[in-house]
Structure formats: structure tokens, C-alpha cells
Design a protein around this ligand. Structure first.
Ligand code: EPZ
Length: 424
């Protein structure tokens, strides 16, 4: 298994190009199931997760042409060959569950394995299923599989989500575009990825209003066309690099980003005393490493609040702040797995329930640590970049799920970071 070795202490200076958003790309891949015409998705991030989704789509009958390094994925599925997403494929990556809605909408039935829990929490899919039931689908859960059928087609419905769910909002939208009549989604999630998916569906011929607000209205259409669509920049990747530079000091321009999608993080960085300058499609992060970082409290919330997907990274930064910061994780019940690993590097963190108290220390020290999930593992990279000596991170396949060319992007800015292939 590969490891990442980092020798801390170097400032970061230069430019980093931000890749396409993983969490949008995965759902756009599922959206490609909704049309029998060829589609092209560009700015497609080359990640273990997006490659994994291709495996499932191919099994369902899609032809996928995605040359390495091109960022350009062509898809075509004139006919759906299978409506079954097996356990082995859904178990490894939860986002594959999102083929259920498109299969149901296009074919009237689908059998998709339940995704199960994961390191950050139980993550049920009840809200997804309730939305499909409201649209007239019969749902049976049997042998770990969701068997859904709407043999006379899905019908528009009024769905009020009891709390905000990104996945359920996206998934309901992916099904409702081909339903008969009007669907209204209330208390919908407002994440930029939802707007991106809606924009793609609209370009395919769907009729959607209100994406990005808490009420989304969809008028079903009978078919969608294939188009050429560019994935939005990954705000979480951009936010991660912003935390890296804030921690190490230096000056880095993040290019090909949408700064307005990162409002809460940029505010928190400014409060911490980090220089933040934004333009239409760039963010400049600047910090003099001799000026201490100020402690800032974080409360994760659905967008436009502080994203749970940047909580671990910001905690990595706060480990060296001057003062104490309190983190409240309000989205997932078990998302402080990075805390014990950060402690191995000398961080002072106490976790109680959904609250973590981080008392800043003067200096972290390199150690061997282990990645536990995608965002947790990159918080260890941030800590490793500022720790004295060498940090060795194991289980880096977690990082490969969501960060494209991470080592290259950081080392081009002066970080001492390398992958050790096949290390024990
Ligand atoms: C998406 O997960 C993202 N994943 C997550 O990113 C992200 O952390 C999360 O949204 C919140 O922003 C993808 O887009 C692939 P939710 P999702 O439905 O859709 C509960 C990463 O690191 N819930 O908004 O699964 C759920 O358990 C990943 O890139 C139900 O109870 O998140 C959680 O506590 C991790 N029933 C809360 O709602 C449901 O039916 C919010 O989850 C659905 C969700």
C-alpha cells in the first residue's frame, strides 16, 4: 500500500489549478444515464471515485470513452442493459447509489444495493427513498437491496425534506426531471454542486427552477438530450489548498475557482488573520508565517454555512493557532476521526460528542499516521506540511478518492512531499 512522506517546514508559493468538483462530477455521471444520446463531460476530475463510477455505468450498458489526462469523458447509453447495481460496486463508493433515480426515471424499475454506513457516520438513504415513494415508486428493501418500481412512470410530487440533505435533493432532482408533471422539493439543499447538476440537466432539456434556493420546482419532460457540459471547480479542493497555505505561510494563487462558493471558509481564514484576495476566478491566499494564526470557532452547517467537508482541514490549521478553537460538527455523527491522528503529531485536541476543543500548540512534530477517510487524510497532509521532521501517512487510497495530483500540486509550490509506492 502506498504512503505519503512529507518533510514539514517549507512555505508554499506559486499557483495551483483547481480540478473539477468530485461531488458534482459523480452525480453528472449518473445524470448521463438519463439520455439515450451521447454526452460529453469536461473538467472531469481523474479520481478513484469517478473511475469507480465508470465501472458501474459500464455494467449498466454505458459506453464510456475517457482518455487518461484528457479530463473529457464521453458517454453513450442508447439502451439500458441492466438496472441492477450490485453490492460490490455500491459498497465501495456510496455515490454509486445515485444511479437508482435515473434508472427508475428512464426504465421504470431498478435494483440497487443499499450503500451502508461509512467511517463518518451511518448515512441512511431514507430521504432519497421517501422522495421516490412520493413520486409513486413502490419500494421494497430485501436482502440489502432497494427494489424500486414505477411501472407506469414516476409522477410529479410535493416533497418536503425534514432536514437538509445534499444527496436526497440531488437524487430527487435526477428522477423528477423525467417524471410526469410538477415536482416541488422543499427544504432542499443549496450547495453549489446542486446548482451545477441542475444547470447540466437544464442544458439537457430539463425544466428546473430554484436550484440554489431551498425550493426547487421541476416540470417533468419526456426525454433529455445529450450535451457538452463542464464540471464546476471543486470548492473543497480549493478550500483545502487555502488551508495548506494558511498553515505553512507563503503566497499561492488558486486558479479556476468560483470564490463565491467558498464564502464561509474565506471568512474564517480572514478571521484567523490570513490574507485573502478574490477575483472572478481566482483566490489569492497569503500569510506571513512569523505572524501567528488566530483561533477561530467552527460550526459546520449546510451551504452557505461552513462545509463539513472542510472541517478536518480547518482543524489541521487550528492545531497551530494562538489560542483555543471549538469545532461543532452538525452534519455527520462521527467526523472527528482525524483528531487522534492529529494528536500523534502533537496537536492538543479533546473530543466530546460532536464537539472538539483544539488548543493551539507552538509546533507539531512529524510522526507516522493513518488516513481514515478522504477529508481526514488531507488534514494530516496539512499538519505534516507544518510539522517539524518527517510525517508518514498510511492508507493514502483515501486521498486518491478525492484529490487529483495532490503531491504534484503541492510540490510545485515548494512542499517536500512524495509518494512511496508499495510501502508497508
Ligand atoms: C454529500 O453527502 C457529499 N458526498 C459529502 O461529501 C458531504 O459531506 C455531504 O454531502 C454534506 O455536504 C457526495 O456528494 C458524494 P447529506 P450526502 O445527504 O449527500 C443524513 C466527501 O468527503 N441523511 O447532505 O450523503 C446523513 O446521514 C463527502 O466528499 C439521512 O439521515 O450528505 C447526514 O447526517 C463525505 N437520511 C446528513 O443527513 C438520508 O436519506 C446530511 O447528509 C440522507 C441523509
Amino acid at each position: 500500500m502506498d504512503k505519503i512522506a512529507i518533510t514539514g517546514g517549507n512555505e508554499l508559493n506559486g499557483n495551483i489549478h483547481i480540478s473539477g468538483a468530485k461531488n458534482s462530477a459523480l452525480k453528472l455521471q449518473a445524470a448521463a444515464l438519463l439520455t439515450s444520446e451521447p454526452m460529453v463531460i469536461t473538467n472531469m476530475p481523474e479520481l478513484a471515485d469517478t473511475r469507480f463510477m465508470v465501472q458501474l455505468l459500464e455494467q449498466l450498458g454505458m459506453t464510456v470513452y475517457w482518455p487518461k489526462g484528457s479530463g473529457r469523458m464521453q458517454t453513450h447509453i442508447p439502451e439500458i442493459r441492466s438496472t441492477i447495481a450490485p453490492y460490490d460496486l455500491v459498497r465501495k463508493m456510496r455515490a454509486t447509489f445515485n444511479v437508482l433515480g435515473p434508472l427508475l426515471a428512464r426504465e421504470g424499475h431498478a435494483t440497487v444495493s443499499l450503500p451502508g454506513g461509512c467511517a463518518i457516520g451511518a448515512r441512511p438513504v431514507d430521504l432519497h427513498l421517501k422522495a421516490f415513494e412520493a413520486m409513486g415508486a413502490d419500494i421494497v428493501i430485501e436482502g440489502g437491496y432497494v427494489k424500486a418500481a414505477a411501472l407506469r412512470g414516476l409522477k410529479g410530487a410535493h416533497v418536503v425534506f425534514p432536514f437538509v440533505s445534499v444527496g436526497a435533493t440531488e437524487h430527487a432532482m435526477l428522477a423528477a426531471v423525467l417524471a410526469d408533471g410538477e415536482t416541488v422539493l422543499e427544504n432542499a439543499a443549496r450547495e453549489p454542486e446542486i446548482v451545477d447538476i441542475a444547470n447540466c440537466l437544464i442544458a439537457m432539456g430539463a425544466r428546473i427552477e430554484g436550484a440554489g434556493t431551498s425550493t426547487i420546482t421541476i416540470q417533468g419532460v419526456t426525454s433529455l438530450k445529450g450535451i457538452n457540459y463542464k464540471v464546476i471547480p471543486d470548492r473543497i479542493e480549493a478550500g483545502t489548498f487555502a488551508c495548506c497555505v494558511a498553515a505553512t505561510g507563503g503566497e499561492v494563487v488558486l486558479t479556476d475557482v468560483v470564490p463565491s462558493t467558498l464564502g464561509a471558509l474565506l471568512n474564517a481564514l480572514r478571521q484567523a488573520g490570513v490574507g485573502v484576495e478574490t477575483g472572478e476566478d481566482y483566490i489569492k491566499i497569503k500569510r506571513d508565517k512569523n505572524v501567528p494564526i488566530k483561533a477561530v470557532d467552527i460550526d459546520t452547517q449546510p451551504h452557505p454555512g461552513f462545509p463539513t467537508d472542510l472541517q478536518a482541514q480547518f482543524m489541521g490549521l487550528m492545531t497551530i493557532a494562538d489560542g483555543t478553537s471549538i469545532f461543532r460538527e452538525n452534519i455527520f455523527e462521527n467526523r472527528f476521526m482525524h483528531a487522534p491522528e492529529l494528536r500523534r503529531l502533537g496537536a492538543d485536541i479533546t473530543v466530546r460528542g460532536n464537539e472538539a476543543v483544539v488548543r493551539g500548540v507552538k509546533q507539531l512534530k512529524g510522526a507516522q499516521v493513518m488516513a481514515t477517510d478522504l477529508r481526514a487524510s488531507v488534514s494530516l497532509v496539512i499538519a505534516g506540511l507544518v510539522a517539524e521532521g518527517e510525517t508518514l501517512i498510511g492508507r493514502v487510497y483515501h486521498l486518491d478518492r478525492g484529490f487529483e495530483n495532490l503531491e504534484e500540486k503541492l510540490s510545485n509550490c515548494g512542499a517536500k512531499i512524495a509518494r512511496i509506492s508499495g510501502a508497508e
